[in-house]
Design a protein. Structure first.
Length: 536
């Protein structure tokens, strides 16, 4: 038995609450930093910052799908306490990452300046545009190696430790970026502060996880056959990573080329909001992969768990992605002023596509756990084939909104295909999963739609009456921000009331809600409503 800082009892339940809380805090911090970056770096500087982050996402594709592959491989091994084989997988994954990023270094360093010029990234005092691209490449490569520490925590289902690691990684890097921007107002210093802080945190996590889980006496050399097997699985997943880059990053490159650097900024405001909201349910659902891999290895019946996780994903989508639609224009305006107002339709388009992608995350975990990564690859290829040409066409007609709409349509199509293929692979009817989701969705979605229509109409009416000279000033944005918060709470309460009135909550869900709202009259009211959806 190993004892240590992160030793936790292994259970079959997913203690994902702390992961979600950590992600919410990270999201709030990340969103709080953006107005700071816009103010101190300026519109073009912030747009360049967004492009460099998009470039980092593209460079991360050289990981070759090793992150989920590593979790899938080592989760059953850790469950079986087979630490020698954990070391075998770890060393082979490290070798693959080193070879991939080394091979990509020569062409990247040759083309870095050209890439930066094509995207209109400006030079800074310490680093020119090409050198900033090169620095980002090196940082992404180091991150790929060091994040194996956090992935080990995920595979071992040490979710408390993983939540702490996730929080520290985001908090320290975002705080460092904000300090760099405020202190110097320079893009290069902000970029250096962000990445160096993040890498330091990851290095500490890697060292701690290595000491806890990896035995130094078990060092083994990489095997070509083992590396080939890992790459075969990873490359299938890589198609999904390509789709994610196209969905969330490619649009920025397209906008920079067709509309100029500044136009990237309002798009990034809408896109970053969606990415942050998506990451909240995503962080919890991603932890399902380790459990699915262990269950698949043990030949357990995972389908009931899959349906439960999918329903949890639907609830998370309602709370964190659909309900925010009711306050989107108010919040974006209060948050970043003119850029947020300009990006409100971008947010609306992308959040709908992202909601579908979150609902498909449990299906993606099931496909990977079953060794059917080609299902995820096929859905990703469909997403790519739809997104790229559609975004090219729509940017010419609808500009920012067109690019976002093309991405949303592609995400919906890919998510639908993935869910259908996974159900077919497991010989389970898709309708049995969709019926409970529809029952869960329709009433709160209607409540949210009513809130959204009223809020969007009244906001546009109010903003049109404001003097253009002070329309986007900080003073004018304070009250709308407060109203946005109150409206969001009101929308959530109304959605919950609709579900309770319909008796649409399971007994388990009612018990959870009653623990959050511990009033006797509320418990009695809930008890009077008979659940329509059974716990099974």
């Amino acid at each position: 038995m190993r004892l240590g800082l992160f030793a936790e009892q292994r259970t079959t339940a997913l203690p994902v609450g702390m992961l979600v809380v950590a992600r919410i805090v990270n999201m709030a911090l990340g969103l709080a930093v953006i107005p700071v970056l816009i103010h101190y770096l300026g519109g073009d500087g912030f747009a360049a910052w967004a492009l460099l982050l998009a470039i980092s996402a593209a460079f991360a594709l050289l990981e070759l799908g090793m992150s989920p592959t590593y979790v899938k491989q080592v989760a059953p091994l850790i469950q079986q306490d087979d630490w020698h084989q954990v070391n075998v997988v770890l060393n082979n994954v490290l070798a693959i990452l080193v070879l991939a990023f080394t091979a990509g270094a020569l062409p990247l360093f040759w083309l870095a300046t050209s890439i930066a010029r094509e995207l209109h990234v400006p030079d800074s005092r310490l680093l020119d545009a090409g050198q900033m691209v090169e620095f980002v490449y090196v940082a992404v490569g180091l991150r790929a190696l060091l994040q194996l520490g956090s992935l080990t925590l995920n595979a071992a289902r040490r979710f408390r430790a993983l939540a702490a690691a996730s929080f520290l990684q985001s908090f320290v890097s975002n705080a460092a970026a904000a300090v760099g921007a405020v202190w110097t107002g320079r893009l290069d210093v902000t970029l250096l502060a962000f990445w160096i802080a993040q890498l330091l945190v990851l290095a500490i996590i890697f060292a701690i996880s290595s000491r806890l889980y990896i035995r130094a006496s078990d060092r083994v050399w990489p095997s070509f056959d083992r590396m080939r097997g890992l790459c075969s699985h990873g490359l299938k997943i890589q198609a999904h990573d390509w789709a994610q880059v196209i969905n969330y990053q490619f649009d920025k490159f397209l906008i920079a080329a067709f509309m100029g650097l500044w136009a990237v900024a309002p798009y990034e405001v809408g896109n970053r909001s969606v990415s942050a909201l998506r990451s909240i349910p995503g962080s919890g659902i991603d932890s399902f992969l380790a459990t699915a891999a262990i269950g698949q290895s043990a030949k357990a019946d995972l389908w009931q768990q899959y349906q439960r996780v999918t329903q949890l994903a639907a609830i998370a989508v309602l709370v964190f992605m659909i309900a925010p639609l009711a306050i989107a224009p108010l919040f974006l305006y209060a948050w970043t002023g003119e850029m947020g107002y300009t990006g409100r339709w971008v947010f609306l388009s992308l959040i709908l596509g992202a909601a579908f992608s979150v609902l498909a995350l449990p299906a993606a975990a099931m496909a990977q756990a079953a060794g059917r990564a080609e299902l995820q690859a096929r859905a990703a290829i469909v997403t790519l084939l739809i997104n790229v040409p559609l975004s090219f066409v729509l940017i010419l007609k609808l500009q920012l909104v067109g690019v976002a709409a093309g991405t949303a349509i592609a995400m919906m199509a890919g998510a639908a295909m993935l869910m259908a293929d996974v159900h077919k692979a497991y010989a389970q009817p898709l309708v049995n999963t969709l019926k409970p989701l529809w029952h869960l969705f329709w009433a709160p979605a209607c409540v949210c739609a009513a809130f959204a229509l009223l809020t969007w109409f009244l906001f546009e009416l109010w903003l049109a009456s404001v003097n253009p000279g002070i329309r986007f000033s900080r003073e004018m944005r304070v009250i709308p921000g407060l109203i946005a918060g109150l409206t969001y709470v009101g929308c959530l309460i109304s959605m919950l009331a609709a579900q309770i009135h319909r008796g649409a909550l399971t007994a388990e869900q009612q018990d959870f809600v009653c623990r959050i709202i511990p009033f006797r009259w509320f418990r009695e009211y809930c008890a009077a409503r008979h659940p329509i959806v059974s716990d099974s």
